[in-house]
Design a binder for this molecule. Structure first.
Ligand code: RAT
Ligand code: ZN
Length: 423
């Protein structure tokens, strides 16, 4: 069907976006067979760290007192403060309501106990099937940290994730706290030396290769501070140069960098304590230029870095830009970033990831982001229709499939996972 007019265009884009399955390339979710690691349900939704930060702005409760409460009590406190005593209009609050509503809960009852009863009918396996279906997500990329004592045993025992869940090897402790990680590596039989020697390089690389073998990650990932520099005469600089980049290239496991997080700005907030600052793009530019055979997947946390990141991606095809990360995952910023990226890079980006920590959040994160993507695409397609250009529905399906799943799979070299539109 050839599209020439706005009404047909708008209807088609809406249908195609709604129907398109998403591969969510960065989450903090786990396969349901990873014990209690997968978080789901209304109490987890309400105690999301985005909401903890918000409740503390109203609540007189001491930080320690809050953290001493049980999960259910924390959820009740957040429900009362952020939903009943004030209107829940922030993006994180709205997200809870969208997720509940999407799950079939009648939010107007405002009855948390009743919400809990709905979830009590499910277990994590049924919940995964139901939520992936409701959110129209086909594959989920996890965040898997071999330094995490709760998670490591699952991998060492050979637990295989559900086929819809894929690993990402997260190496923050290795790169951001090597002094401590070095001790752990030694405990685990990697003979890293006190100094950065040939042997240390070999052993850290062996550690990475072993975990790549064990997890079969789609990429290696790290979050980095605004002060991140490269090249740099530091543990991090040396590990990236001598271990990460060679292993990433040789094993064809792209290196994902999430840059701009200032950890622990207010430590009393614990998991909600992190903030943001602008970073330099020079380290990334250096890597892209000096390592053309390496693939980099990158997002920045600061709004101010987004324009230069998009420009840099025009210069280097070994860079894939992804997502509206964390404090940027708000409609006003998603819209601005998506529009800017499409204008500068066309459709060669991964416009969004969910960063979901709670399974049910997939419902809201994708509903809200798809609404914005739809709006931007209608506007951009309309601009070209006004020149006399025409569009086929199949072309729109191709483009939307690229944005929401295929660009990711193609970039990481998994042509086998690419699905043509409409499937
Ligand atoms: O968005 C988040 O939930 C943050 O807490 C971080 O986990 C961040 O996304 C990260 O991956 O470091
Ligand atoms: Zn994350």
């Amino acid at each position: 069907m050839t599209i020439t007019h706005y009404e047909e265009l708008a209807r088609t884009v809406k249908e195609v976006v709604a129907k398109q399955k998403v591969t969510d390339m960065h989450t903090h979710l786990y396969s349901p067979n990873f014990g209690g690691l997968l978080l789901w349900g209304v109490d987890e939704l309400l105690t999301y760290h985005y909401l903890v930060a918000e409740v503390m702005r109203w609540s007189p409760i001491d930080y320690e007192e809050f953290w001493a409460l049980s999960k259910q009590e924390q959820a009740e406190h957040i429900w009362k403060t952020l939903f009943l005593e004030h209107s829940p209009v922030s993006e994180a609050c709205r997200g809870v309501l969208t997720s509940l509503e999407g799950f079939g809960v009648d939010v107007k009852t405002r009855d948390l106990h009743q919400f809990r009863e709905v979830y009590a009918r499910y277990d994590e396996y049924r919940q995964v099937d139901r939520v992936l279906e409701l959110a129209n997500v086909d594959h989920v990329v996890m965040t898997n940290d071999p330094f995490d004592d709760e998670e490591r045993p699952f991998w060492l025992n050979g637990t295989a994730p559900d086929s819809r869940f894929h690993a990402a090897l997260r190496i923050d402790p290795l790169l951001n706290d090597y002094a401590r990680s070095r001790e752990r590596l030694r405990e685990w039989g990697y003979a890293v030396e006190e100094e950065w020697t040939e042997q240390s390089v070999k052993e850290v690389s062996r550690f990475l290769t072993d975990w790549i073998g064990r997890m079969k990650p789609l990429y290696m990932a790290v979050s980095l501070p605004p002060s991140f520099a490269y090249p740099e005469d530091s543990d991090r600089g040396r590990i990236i140069r001598d271990c990460i980049l060679p292993v990433s290239r040789e094993r064809s496991v792209p290196f994902a960098m999430m840059i701009g997080v200032k950890r622990g700005v207010n430590p009393a907030l614990q998991s909600a304590s992190d903030s943001v600052d602008k970073a330099s793009l020079e380290p990334l530019e250096y890597m892209l230029k000096h390592h053309p055979d390496n693939k980099f997947i990158t997002t920045f946390l600061s709004r101010e870095n987004q324009h230069e990141l998009a420009v840099l991606a025009r210069k280097f095809r070994n860079l894939m830009v992804f997502g509206c990360w964390w404090f940027l995952n708000n409609p006003v910023l998603i819209e601005e970033m998506t529009r800017m990226r499409v204008e500068l890079l066309g459709l060669s980006v991964i416009p969004q990831h969910s960063d979901a920590r709670v399974l049910d959040q997939l419902i809201y994160k994708w509903k809200h982001s798809k609404e914005i993507l739809e709006k931007v695409l209608i506007e951009k397609y309309h601009d070209v229709l006004r020149t006399g250009w025409t569009l086929e529905r199949s072309e729109i399906e191709r483009d939307v499939a690229d944005l929401l799943r295929n660009n990711f799979w193609r970039f990481i070299g998994r042509e086998d996972m690419i699905e043509t539109a409409g499937n």
